[in-house]
Design a binder for this molecule. Structure first.
Ligand code: URP
Ligand code: ZN
Ligand code: ZN
Length: 480
């Protein structure tokens, strides 16, 4: 399949310039002024629009079994919705049960993800530890293209990673050239506060943010960063939601640590007042962890993104419908945690980022695509408009607008946290490896068309280890 995108303005993380883009066999084959269309080639008119790398959402949970239920969005519906919003790749999470082989869990998720309409990769969570986990981390990195391992510092009694697990796993990740990532919340503190609030009779969603104060996130971010510093491994903190965690990242980076932070579109734009909604269903629909925060945190997150403490934007797309949320009607700790957004992230960030002058267009591409590709080592295959890159492209109409609503979205969930938000700037066309998957409201996602993307280990780490090992073997030289 060959297509020529004609007349648009290319926007990458580095450059903005007018050129045509020729896509052939899934790749970008040529970029230039007034390219000639090969015979039989589809012509896509991008006049007046921007041609950008398709979005990469580095944090989704399609069909996740979690808190006694299963997320309602599967790999097909979720990636199709992503394509409708201009996102062409996701990185989802394999979350093994404690004691489950991490390799078996990975195979299960690979099976589930066969139906994806867009490309995808996986982070693998380390929820327990023994020698087999140590071994299988190696197999995942060397044979399966996994280069990041997730640690939930919260969810005590379920999937929480203790300090001991983190120490072992971070150390192993360093050996393998892989990146540890953390959900930074102090799980013990959350657990104790949940018990206290329930004992005081606070059972509704308004107790959820009280059980997960900003300090619990700040402490965990600091602890994870100090572990990473001591062990000498990079660290990526998912869904940073507080000024406390942003400050920890700034400090670590200023001290030379390779530390990265991700922010969710929801945390940038929604505040904790949603938990005060007297309509239980509406309040419960916003129960996710970390929770939505007071407005001053949103300001800190925007500044973190603008100032470089935070590099990526994600959604933590994890859908639970009203009947699932109702599992926690009498006890807020039983409300399945999760909200959606994979379809809306790009337009919401364009409108509130580029549209307000907080982000340049190039910074938008960095924050929605290129930085995730770089950090997770799939650049320039993804996250880039360059000859040889995958033809994962969004054609962006800056003049188009819509009002976001659960009534019209493609996501398989009955609410939308951005309900009623008017956004200007939308995907008009989305191409996944050269195939048109979305054209002006017409979603053409193909079940199973998505490919698993292997992510190589970080060779820099391998090189550093090799140099270190060689240095250790060398006899001290007597220079006297
Ligand atoms: O509430 C959330 N975020 N649910 C998904 C699991 C996680 O913590 O990322
Ligand atoms: Zn999390
Ligand atoms: Zn998550």
């Amino acid at each position: 399949m060959t297509s020529l995108i004609r007349g648009g303005i290319i926007v990458t993380a580095e450059q903005t310039y007018r050129a045509d883009v020729l896509c052939a066999e899934g790749k970008i084959a040529a970029i230039g002024k007034d390219l000639e269309a090969p015979s039989g080639c589809d012509i896509i008119d991008a006049g007046g629009q921007y041609v950008m790398p398709g979005g990469i959402d580095p944090h989704t949970h399609m069909q996740l079994p979690f808190m006694g239920t299963v997320a309602s969005e599967d790999f097909y519906t979720g990636t199709a919705a992503a394509l409708a919003g201009g996102t062409t790749s996701i990185i989802d999470f394999v979350i093994p049960d404690p004691e489950q082989s991490i390799l078996d869990a990975y195979r299960t998720w690979r099976e589930w993800s066969q139906k994806s309409a867009a490309d995808y990769g996986f982070h693998v969570a380390i929820t327990w530890w023994d020698e087999s986990v140590h071994e299988e981390m190696g197999t995942l990195v060397r044979e399966e293209g996994i280069n990041s391992f997730k640690h939930f510092m919260a969810y005590k009694g379920a999937i929480m990673a203790t300090d001991e697990i983190m120490y072992n796993s971070f150390t192993r990740a360093l050996e393998l050239g892989a990146m540890p990532t953390v959900h930074a919340e102090n799980g013990e503190l959350v657990f104790q506060l949940q018990k206290k609030l329930l004992a005081e009779g606070m059972t509704g969603p308004e107790a959820h943010p009280l059980s997960r104060p900003p300090a619990a996130e700040g402490e965990a971010a600091n602890r994870a960063l100090r572990f990473a510093e001591t062990i000498g491994v990079p660290l990526y903190i998912v869904h940073v939601s507080t000024s406390e965690a942003v400050e920890e990242l700034k400090r670590a980076r200023a001290e030379g640590q390779r530390a990265y932070g991700e922010v969710l579109a929801g945390h940038l734009l929604i505040d904790e007042s949603v938990y005060q909604n007297p309509d239980w269903d509406k309040a419960a629909a916003h129960v996710m962890s970390p929770p939505f925060r007071a407005p001053e945190h949103q300001e800190a997150l925007w500044k973190g993104l603008q100032g470089g403490a935070l590099q990526t934007t994600a959604t933590d797309h994890c859908c639970f419908c009203a009947d699932q949320k109702a599992m926690g009607r009498d006890d807020f700790t039983l409300i399945p945690n999760g909200t959606a957004g994979v379809e809306d992230r790009m337009s919401v960030l364009w409108h509130h980022g580029v549209g307000t002058g907080r982000l340049t267009m190039n910074e938008f591409v960095a924050a929605t695509s290129a930085n995730a590709a770089r950090i997770f080592n799939i650049y320039p295959k993804k996250g880039c408009i360059a000859v040889g890159s995958d033809a994962d492209i969004v054609i962006w109409d800056p003049a188009a607008g819509k009002t976001i609503s659960a009534k019209t979205h493609h996501q398989n969930i009955d609410t939308n946290i951005f309900e009623g938000m008017r956004v200007k700037g939308l995907a008009s066309h989305t191409l996944t490896r050269g195939a048109l998957a979305y054209v002006d409201g017409d979603l053409r996602a193909v079940r199973g068309a998505g490919e698993y993307v292997k992510r190589p280990a970080f060779h820099a780490s391998f090189d550093a280890l090799a140099i270190q090992a060689a240095a250790n073997k060398e006899k001290p030289v007597d220079r006297g």
